[in-house]
Design a protein around this ligand. Structure first.
Ligand code: ATP
Ligand code: LTN
Length: 327
C-alpha cells in the first residue's frame, strides 16, 4: 500500500476548487492507500490570522473532511500543530534549501506582491510543506495543479539530502487531477478560484446556501458567443463552468456540448446550479451533524497520536543521519 499525504489550510470556506482539485481525490485514494490528511494551521499563520477565528476554521475544515467522506477508520486526520515534528523538520529542511530556489516560487511572488514587506514564514512556506510530506515517508501527494512547483521543490530537497547524507527520505510524487484540477474564479476565469478573493461570487463554497449558489453561478462570466463549447483559450468562462459541470455530474465535455446544442447560457447555468446544489446537499447535512460534536475532537486527537508515532520515527532517523543531539 502506498502512503498518501495531503494538507488543506484552515482559512475561510472550502470552495469547489479545493473540493474538485484536491478533496474529492482524498476520498477516492483512501480505498487502496494508507492516507494521512492534515489541517495545516502552521501554514495558515504565514499571513495574519485572528486567533479565535483560526480555531473555528480548524474545526470547520476537519468537519468538512469527514463530511465529504474521509473515514477516520481508514485515514489519519489531524491538525499540523499537534505534531511537533512538522516545525522541527521544517527547520532542518530550511538549512538544506536555498534562498534562490524559494525566491522562484510563484505562490510567494503572488502573495508578497504589492506588499511593503513579506513575512519570513511566507518565504519558507514551501519548506514547511516539504517537511509535512517527508515526515511521513509519503509516496503520493494529491494536490491541485497550483502546488506543482512546491512538490518539485520537496522532491529536490529530499534528493539533495539523500545524496549528501545517508538515505533519509522517500522521494514523493505529486498526483494532479485533470478535470477540475484548476477551477477558475467565476467572475474572472483568468484567476484561480480562491478563498481569499474579495468577491464572494467568485467562488461557490461547499457550505453556501441554495440562493448563494444560484446567484454566483448565474452571475458567472461567460462570453458573447452563446455557444456551449469547451475551448479554454477562447472561451475560458464557459470552459470553466463546463469543467465544474463535468466533475460534478461525471458527463464528458462532448456529451455536455451535445446536450446543450442550440441552447443559451441561461439553460446551461440553471442546470449547473441544480447539479451543484444536489452535489453539496449531503455534504452540508453531514457537516451540520458533526461540526460541534465530541466525536470530531476525538477523531482529531486520535489522528494526532497516530501521526506522531510515524513522525517520531522519521525524526529519530533525521537526527541520527544529521548527527543532531546525543545518542
Ligand atoms: P486560496 O488561494 O483559495 O486561499 P489555497 O490554495 O491557499 O487557496 P488550500 O486550502 O491550501 O488553498 O488548498 C487546498 C487544496 O486545494 C490544495 O491542494 C490546492 O492545490 C487546491 N486548490 C486550491 N484552489 C484551487 C483551485 N482553484 N482549483 C483547484 N484546486 C485548488
Ligand atoms: N500548500 C498547500 C497546503 C499544504 C499541503 C501540504 C498540501 C501544506 N502542506 C502538504 C499537500 C501536502 C496549499 O496551499 N494548497
Amino acid at each position: 500500500m502506498a502512503r498518501v499525504f495531503s494538507g488543506v489550510q484552515p482559512t475561510g470556506n472550502i470552495h469547489l476548487g479545493n473540493y474538485l482539485g484536491a478533496l474529492k481525490q482524498f476520498v477516492e485514494l483512501q480505498e487502496d492507500n494508507e492516507c494521512i490528511y492534515c489541517i495545516v494551521d502552521e501554514h495558515a499563520i504565514t499571513v495574519p490570522q485572528d486567533p479565535k477565528e483560526l480555531r473555528e476554521h480548524i474545526l470547520d475544515v476537519a468537519a468538512l473532511y469527514l463530511a465529504i467522506g474521509i473515514d477516520p477508520k481508514k485515514s489519519i486526520v489531524f491538525v499540523q500543530s499537534q505534531v511537533s515534528g512538522h516545525a522541527e523538520l521544517g527547520w532542518v529542511l530550511c538549512c538544506q534549501s536555498y534562498t534562490g530556489e524559494l525566491s522562484r516560487m510563484t505562490q510567494f511572488k503572488d502573495k508578497s506582491k504589492n506588499k511593503e514587506s513579506a513575512g519570513t514564514g511566507l518565504f519558507t512556506y514551501p519548506v514547511l510543506m516539504a517537511a509535512d510530506i517527508l515526515l511521513y515517508d509519503t509516496d503520493i501527494v494529491p494536490v491541485g495543479n497550483d502546488q506543482k512547483q512546491h512538490i518539485e521543490l520537496c522532491r529536490d530537497i529530499a534528493q539533495r539530502i539523500n545524496n549528501k547524507y545517508k538515505k533519509t527520505f522517500v522521494v514523493p510524487e505529486g498526483r494532479f487531477l485533470k478535470a477540475g484540477a484548476r477551477v477558475m474564479a467565476l467572475d474572472d476565469p483568468t484567476k484561480k478560484m480562491s478563498k481569499s478573493a474579495e468577491n464572494v461570487h467568485s467562488r461557490v463554497s461547499l457550505l453556501d446556501d441554495e440562493n448563494k449558489i444560484k446567484k454566483s453561478i448565474m452571475k458567472a462570466t461567460t462570453d458573447s458567443e452563446g455557444v456551449i463549447r469547451y475551448d479554454v483559450e477562447n472561451k475560458p468562462g464557459v470552459s470553466n463552468l463546463m469543467s465544474i459541470y463535468s466533475a460534478l455530474s461525471g458527463m464528458s465535455f462532448e456529451d455536455i456540448e451535445k446536450k446543450y446544442e442550440g441552447c443559451g447560457y441561461g439553460d446551461f447555468k440553471k442546470d449547473l446550479v441544480q447539479i451543484t446544489i444536489d452535489a453539496l446537499k449531503p455534504i452540508k447535512e453531514r457537516y451540520e451533524e458533526i461540526r460541534h460534536s465530541d466525536y470530531l475532537i476525538e477523531v482529531l486527537k486520535d489522528g494526532a497520536r497516530r501521526a506522531d508515532e510515524i513522525a517520531q520515527k522519521t525524526m529519530a532517523r533525521v537526527r541520527e543521519n544529521f548527527g543532531l543531539g546525543i545518542k
